[in-house]
Structures are given as structure tokens and as C-alpha cells.
Ligand binder design. Sequence first.
Ligand code: GLC
Ligand code: GLC
Length: 838
Amino acid sequence: MEKIFGFFDDANREYVITDPATPFPWINYLGNEDFFGLISNTAGGYDFYKDAKFRRITRYRYNGVPMDAGGRYFYIKDGDSVWNPGWKPCKTPLDSYECRHGMNYTRIAGSKDGVEASVLFFVPLKTWAEVQKLTLTNTTGKVKTLQLFSFAEWCLWNAATDMENFQRNWSTGEVEIENGNVIYHKTEYKERRNHYAYYALTNAKADGYDTDRETFIGLYNDFTNPQCVVAGKPGMSVAHGWSPIASHYVEVELQPGEHKDFVFVLGYAENEQEKKFSLPQPLQKEGGLITSLGTLDRTIINKEKAHEVIQRFASVEAVDAAFSELRQMWDGLLSKFTVASADERLNRMVNIWNQYQCMITFCFSRSASFFESGVGRGMGFRDSNQDLVGFVHQVPSRARQRIIDIASTQFPDGGCYHQYQPLTKRGNNDIGGGFNDDPCWLIFGTVAYIKETGDFSILDEMVPWDNQPGTEVTLFDHLRISFNHVVENLGPHALPLIGRADWNDCLNLNCFSWDPNESFQTTENNSEGSKAESLMIAGLFVLTGKQYVSLCKELAKRSVECINYQHEAARAQACIDAMVEAVKQHGWDGEWYLRAYDFYGNKIGSKENEEGKIFIESQGFCTMAGIGLEDGMVDKALDSCKRYLDCAHGMVLNHPAFTRYYVEMGEISSYPAGYKENAGIFCHNNPWVIIGETVARRGNDAWEHYTKICPAWIKDQSLHKVEPYVYCQMVAGKDAAKPGEGKNSWLTGTAAWNWLTITQYILGIRPTYEGLEIDPCIPSALSEYRVHRVLRDAEFDITVKNPDGRESGVRSIVVDGIPVQGNVITATPGHHTVEVAM
Ligand code: GLC
Ligand code: GLC
């Protein structure tokens, strides 16, 4: 029997962890708009405001020993014993432990020697703060006298320099302390920063505090034995430089059976420039006129904003009310699409965890997880476009804003910065640029938004190039120019030039790097004279190009400029036809699609190659685009995926894995065989092949691939290692030392793509401009399922029946008792009952 560390509680939409020593920290995310926290099952992690690099609020040590050091810790001292509700950091054995990760909240409970401690962590809606409600209960028949210490360590704002610039950092730290109950972090506040952070105990009086780490912990102690906790006495320290922290000390007496709640608020505030400092005492003249503003103290924070939040959460009732608002928000978000089937694993992925992960990837792109340090990567151009497709049904208005933000970073020729910084929304080249797939993704994201909302007005929005005022053109123009970017960058086989790389950031065909000190992602490229072409972009172009054509046709129906749009549709269609021809001519290897041509025009991903004979990306995109479907190419390519790429844990990216370094391919061959882009199971591109399977109408095959990488089907939690409730970017492939071991959980396009796959292509409930297309492609064993889908002002209750065990095909659709022709149902406002027979 494999060891089990937790289980799903679907009724509460929680994953319940029962053993704190999970194979890796299993984390959750707090907050969903501006203020965020990462929290592990032992309360490790950190908070930040909007941007994990520039506005890091609390400190965290990545890659530390032990793993997962730094977090929000409560120390409970009961006589000689010191313990934490979440086991860490003291790791004192607990009598019971449970961590419940829910939708943007986590509840961690531990008990020891008749004391129960339960902490609820969440970020209330529209609030720039993490609220922690700690409940202490005495379950014994005797009076308990406990000493409680809270703990948070401030990050000096910039998470990057915080880890390296010690000659400055160790002198800049500053705090303020208000009645011992509120500890303010104000490093750099008196100069250019207009923001501060605070940690408050809101509903009780603190009996002491510490703000200096060395005093609280001791220079040669660690989180497991802070000297103040061990001594049972706060240090009342005031930090000057070094490492400022925030710790409250409370003496707690509990009668038999009694419980007490303590509310802590860890927040962030920004002040307007003219209101930065503490309010002066106005001098009053006779008659009540203000004569002078007095002297402003330009070192003391104006604390009004913190006070407001502290007041707002000064009672348990207020906290509970805010928590139920958060739960209600999630009730609403998750009610837009639900499935009911006989398979609870399917239901829990669709109804809860896949949607939740889509919200998280929408918020964070690839910036902050336990694998992404929050320092190196902001919001990716392609990443964010994909993420919003998984999220758009939840809060369409936020997806709309995201599309505008992303498009605003584009260059006038359609090229893109590969990422932008969430705080400034400006593009940067920190992780490279010139990826020739990037522009296509804007079409992908925008079309998904319009199909969800019916909001064509987004296309008229005026959007700048590279955020330069005065350069605005319509969003539609951005799409047109994105489409053209591919057309204007074709190589010798009339296939798309790859540029720096395509979706696979590690297939660096123009890089030729021999210098270990340069990054494959940003090093100078030799694209001049390059013949490197990508079949992945070819497939992506055909797929998104078709979307662009149907958008133009739709606009032709709706607009006075009908002729122009018809003309544009015809022009674009001709480019797509030419691309399809080029793929058939130069992109087919006999049993599968080639992957690319290299700098010199040699084939990559061909039976002629020694290693890397077949790659998944081009199989995924060319089958999704249906290239050569009528010639049997799609079926053959899918069969080849099964034969060469598939294994027990999913499909690997390429086969055979590269065993040596190929300078003409770059980073892909830098990884050991079976890991990451070198034949790892890159979960992100499994769904492409799965959608391809639905294009070929192979429901059983689609389902088999789907369940292999789906978290709800994971059996061996120790092997899988990372969280069993969300997708990870990569699972070690069949050539790896430990096939099946997961890495890089949470922030991956896998979430959005699997959401698309299961809802739109397997269950087959697909938004169109008109309404919903019903097109199931399911395992033949699935005899019935029901879907509740809200689309715009329409609400559908759809029952799909499959009595004959088919894999696809709709025989009849009855809407509100009336049979309809075809398989598209119109989104007329109101509630509709839909009966589908397969
Ligand atoms: C990572 C990146 C994504 C890239 C993929 C393949 O997941 O976020 O942009 O496409 O790796 O290299
Ligand atoms: C590395 C990773 C890849 C990621 C890229 C982004 O190359 O292997 O997955 O997309 O970095 O910078």
C-alpha cells in the first residue's frame, strides 16, 4: 500500500492533508486580486502585493535547508513544551494535525496535551491584507496557562535585492510600534516609497512584542527554537537595520473547555504623496480658523489606512462575515460550469480543482510558486493569453482587461516582449524576446473572450504599441498584425520562421551557445540567414488563423464595413490554405509531423534523426488544426504519439530523449534525459494531443490520455511528490531516473488547456458566437452526464445520454422541449433545458 498524505473533501471543496511531512510542501494561494499569499501545509510561504518581485512583504528562503523555511508561525508554549499548530517549524510531535486547503483559504489545526490550535488564513475580498484567525481551545478539565508568540519576517520590498545587497540592506530596516499591538514595517518609507506593511493583533491586547530578528530568535538559533520563545519572555526589541520582524506576545489563560479567538492582520498600505506622514496637529486661532499646519514629522507614517483595516477586522464576527463573503464569491465563480457524472474524480476536477487552478494561473502567470521564485518571471505574453482562456468564464471583465494589458506591450510589427511586469504593466526583455509563436496567442485569447461574452466591442478598444501614448490602434488591428507577423516571417519551405524559439522555449535553433555563463533564453541570436522553421507555429497559425477568419466573417455579418471584413477573411484564408499545403509538402515525415527545420535547413523530429525523432508539439497543433485529416495524417500522427511518446504517466515531449548536447538545438539538449523539455511529460502539451484525438473522433483514446495526467487519478502520492490536487508543468518521463515524479506544480498552462480539453472537447460544451456547440467526444463507457453552463444571460441545464456506448456524434438535441437542427444552441436569455442524445 502506498502511503497516503491526504484526501479530497468535495462537499467543502477542500483537500485535506493529514500528515504534515508531505513529500514536498503542498501549497495553496490566498487572495485573488491585488494582495496575495502563498501558504504551505505547514504555514510556510510569503505575502506580496501585486508583484512578487517589487512588492514582497514577507521574506521566504527558497531552496533552504530544511525545505520551506519562513512563513507565518504561531508558537505555543505550554509549560516546557513549545509547538506550532502546523507542526513546523518546531516539529514537536502533535497529537493531531490537519491542513485544509480550500478556495483561497487554508485552515491548519494541530493539538497537543489538551490544547487545540486552529488557524484560518485568508485574504478578505477587496482587502490588502492577510487575516489570520487563531482559535485556542482547552479540551482538558484543568486551567491552561499558555504563552503565545506570533511571527512574521519582513522582506525589504524588492525580493531580488533582499537576497543579495546586504551591504545596504543590513542598515536600512526600520519599524514603528503602536501600543505593542501593531508593528509597522517602514524600510525606505521616508525616501521614495509611499507604502508600508503592518502586522496587528486586532481583538486583544498584546502583552509584549519583538521587531528585531536577532533579539527574538538569537543569532545562532533558528526558527525551531527562538530564544524569546524558549525563555517564555518577549524581548521588546526595536529593529534598527539588520532583519526587522514582527512578533506579538500574548499570555492566554483558558478555563476547562474554554476557547479564545485571536485575530491577526498582516497588511499593506499605500499613501498619497501629500498624505504620507503623520498628521500634524492643526493650530487653531480664535474663531476656529486654521493658521498653520504645524510641523509634519517626515519620519512617522500616516497610519490612517492601516487603522481602517485593523478596525474593520477587530472582531471575530467581522472576520467570519468576510470569510463567508469569500466562500460565496467562490460559490458564484464555480457555478458557471458544473458537471454531474458517475465518476467523482471527473466531477471534482471540473467542478473544483481545475477551475481553481485556472484562477491561480490567471492571477500569477508563471511568477510566484514554490518552483518560481517570484523574482525572475512576471506575466508571460503567451502564458497569460493561454491562462485567460481557462478563466474567462469566471470573471470575463478581468480577462478583458488582461487582453488589453497584454496587447499594449506588443510592438508595431506584431512582435512581442515575452513578459511584462505586473506592477508596471510594462514589457521587458528579462526572459528574452523574439519568440515567433507569441503573436498568435493574442488571437487565441481574444477570440475565447468574445465567444464567452459576445462582447465584440473589445475589438474597437484603442490599444498602444509598447505602451507608447499616441501609438494607439484598435485591438482588431493588433489581431490583424499578429496574424501577419507569421505571414511576413516565412522560411525557405514557406513554413513559419521560429525566431528565438516557439512555444518550446528550449528549442533554441538560432542560439549556438557554448558559454555556460549565458542564458539560452536571452543570449544573442543568430537569426540572420537562418532557415529555422517551426511546424508547431505552422499548426498554431492554422488553428488560430481559422479563428481569425471566422471572427472576420462574424464581423462582416455585424458591421457596415462588411465588404472589408469579407475581403480580410478571404485574404487570411488564402494564407492558411498555403500553410496547410506547406505542412503537407514539407512538414510530414510519413508517420508524423516533423518538428522543425534547423538553422541550416536540416530536419528536426524526423525518423532520419538519431535522437528526438518525434516531438509532441507539432503532433498536437497540427492535429488540433486538422491538417491532412482527410489524408489520414491526423490519425497516423495520433497513433505515433501513442506508440512512441506515451507511457504510464502521460506522453513525453520527444522521443528518443537527447543524450548529448546539440549546440544547434540549445537548451532542450541541456536537460538530462526524461526531464523538462527533454522527454519529460510536459503536461501542458498532452491536452493538445487529446484535443487532436477529439478532432479524430477517438473518445476512448482522448479519455485515456486525459486521465493519465489528471491529478484526481494520481495513485502514488509519494512518487508524484507534488500536490495531488493541481496539475504540474512536468512529470519525469519514461527515460528519467524516476518516471512519474512531478515537479513545478501550480503555475502552468496545463490548467487552462485541460480545462478547454475536458469542458469543450471531451464533454463537448463549446462556446460559439451564437451560443453553445454541443459536440461530445467521450469514453464509450460514459453513459450519461449533466452539465450546468451559464453563458452570458443564458443558463443551460444539459443532459447528454449515450445509451449505445458511442464515442462521439450527436443524434438529436431538444431545447426546452423543441427539437433543434444542427448542434448549436442559441444563448437566448433565460433558463433552458437541453436534452442531447448521442
Ligand atoms: C514554460 C513556459 C512556457 C513555455 C514552456 C515550454 O512552461 O512558461 O512559456 O512555453 O515552458 O518551454
Ligand atoms: C527554462 C525552462 C522553460 C521555461 C523557460 C522560461 O528554459 O526550461 O520551461 O519556459 O526557462 O524562461
